[in-house]
Design a binder for this molecule. Structure first.
Ligand code: SF4
Length: 470
């Protein structure tokens, strides 16, 4: 039985010291979100409470993104807002590596730390708002998920970060400068984290890194023991082991691979997808198709046969969905290169595509390349690639009408005036936050986020599907 601290028996009205409150603004990519979750988990364990608004926070953490100049501007704007609203601000994340830029604009920031410097961030918070201590103060975190982690993402999906940094030198990218060389996490630690997440209610794992296919290259694919088996620190072993996970109710959780480069061993995970052990989804940032532009971009796994491989993958796993992103208007991109990309897209029939106009990033090698593409031409190409990929997406989604597909529920609505309840979910072809949705009508009241249901697709538009539980 828990005993009360002695003083409280004498005077039960003695107030427990209020925990210090930390506000968090998390910008940038899913990887940054994972960092935010880790920092918050640690702070909660140290007795801090979270504040949902500026006003209630003793200190505000801004986790920044410094990938593109526009992201930097967004980060600076977020820091400015936090300073104006609260005044006690600590900056961390990718842009923290540019402390001088931040301090020049905001001399009042309390501390600036770089990406993944968890200890430094936590120390800065301790300094700025020393944690409340005392016999009454319960240091055991309360509002945590079942694993003891603070989750910023909904409980039914979670990110699994397998490595940090990158060994490539793509000419438009400064991530290797910001985040360093590839550093893979131990595979047994990754698998343990995945197992705990799934045991705690996560139904969908999103595997992330800068280059998932390169997992373990830095440690020469070292072998670790996992459940009495030897597993290599390698993407294929990771995929195979993640495919063995089961939710507490015995279902196969969805496991999505992001940031996969088409190295030859990617072929080996396709059969796992065909067997239903791995979500048939590959996020491959191709960025371009023209061999000349890819060379100028210094892209990894840039090989001519990728279209043949996509066809072969689809022959093994017809439901495979491929998402990618492309940059238009890269220096030196001619109309011919761009047309090559459009023709390639016609052949590749990718399910989901994000397109970006090339933007020079301070410090990137591509900035020095000759033949910049005029802004008006970039805009025109951007409009053309969007029209092309939208038409492909619409046709691929239209082909699903009449089929029954598996859907994970993200959100269940309130009954409308007729008592009908709608819900929003995603198919296996839709990653959260970046892809489309499946909108359901007339769902049962008992449906909840994280449920898997089979859905009869009734309609489709360019991005989303509409249907009813089959
Ligand atoms: S693979 Fe290229 S784009 Fe991706 S993080 Fe590495 S250098 Fe940047």
């Amino acid at each position: 039985m828990a005993t009360l601290p002695p003083d409280s028996r004498e005077n039960s009205a003695t107030p427990a010291p209020e925990p210090k409150r930390v506000g968090m603004v998390s910008l940038g990519c899913p990887k940054a979100l994972v960092d935010s979750e880790r920092i918050l988990t640690r702070l909660r364990a140290d007795g801090y409470a979270m504040s949902a608004d500026y006003a209630g926070a003793d200190v505000v953490l801004v986790n920044t993104c410094g990938f593109l100049d526009s992201a930097k501007e967004e980060s600076l704007a977020a820091i400015g807002e936090a300073i104006a609203e609260n005044g006690r601000v600590i900056v961390t994340g990718c842009m923290g590596n540019e402390a001088d830029v931040i301090r020049a604009r905001f001399p009042d920031v309390l501390a600036v730390t770089g990406a993944h410097q968890y200890e430094a961030v936590v120390e800065a918070v301790h300094e700025a708002a020393p944690p409340a201590m005392g016999p009454y103060f319960d240091l055991i975190p309360q509002a945590l998920d079942d694993m003891g982690g603070v989750k910023l993402t909904p409980r039914h999906y979670g990110y699994l970060k397998i490595s940090e940094g990158c060994n490539h030198a793509c000419s438009f990218c400064i991530i290797p400068d910001l985040r360093g060389k590839l550093a893979s996490r131990r595979i047994d630690a990754v698998l343990r984290e995945a197992e705990k997440l799934v045991a705690a209610g996560t139904r969908e794992l999103l595997v992330i890194s800068q280059d998932t296919s390169a997992y373990g290259v830095d440690v020469r694919h070292e072998t670790r023991q996992w459940k009495g088996r030897e597993v290599r620190t390698h993407m294929t072993d990771l995929a195979r082991e993640l495919g063995q996970l089961r939710t507490p109710d015995g279902q196969v959780p969805w496991v999505r691979l992001h940031y996969v480069y088409p190295y030859p061993h990617v072929d080996q995970v396709i059969p796992l997808m065909a067997q239903g052990l791995l979500t048939p989804y590959l996020d491959i940032p191709f960025q371009h198709a023209s061999p000349k532009v890819l060379r100028a971009m210094k892209r990894p796994a840039n090989e001519a046969k990728v279209l043949d491989r996509i066809k072969a993958w689809r022959a093994i796993c017809p439901d495979l969905a491929i998402r990618s992103s492309f940059v238009v208007g890269f220096p030196g991109e001619t109309e011919e290169d761009f047309q090559y990309l459009l023709d390639w897209l016609d052949e590749a029939q990718l399910d989901r595509v994000g397109a970006f106009r090339f933007e020079p990033v301070e410090g990137a090698a591509a900035n020095a390349l000759p033949d910049p593409v005029p802004e008006a031409v970039k805009e025109e190409r951007y409009a053309r690639i969007m029209a092309k990929t939208e038409a492909i997406s619409a046709a691929r989604l239209a082909a699903k009408v009449g089929r029954t597909i598996r859907v994970i529920i993200d959100d269940v609505g309130e009954p409308d005036e007729d008592g009908d309840i709608g819900a929003t979910g995603r198919s296996q072809a839709d990653a959260p936050e970046i892809d489309g949705a499946v909108y359901l009508r007339n769902v049962p009241e008992s449906l909840k986020a994280g449920d898997f249901v089979d859905v009869l697709v009734e309609e489709a538009d360019a991005h989303d599907l509409f249907g009813v539980i089959a």
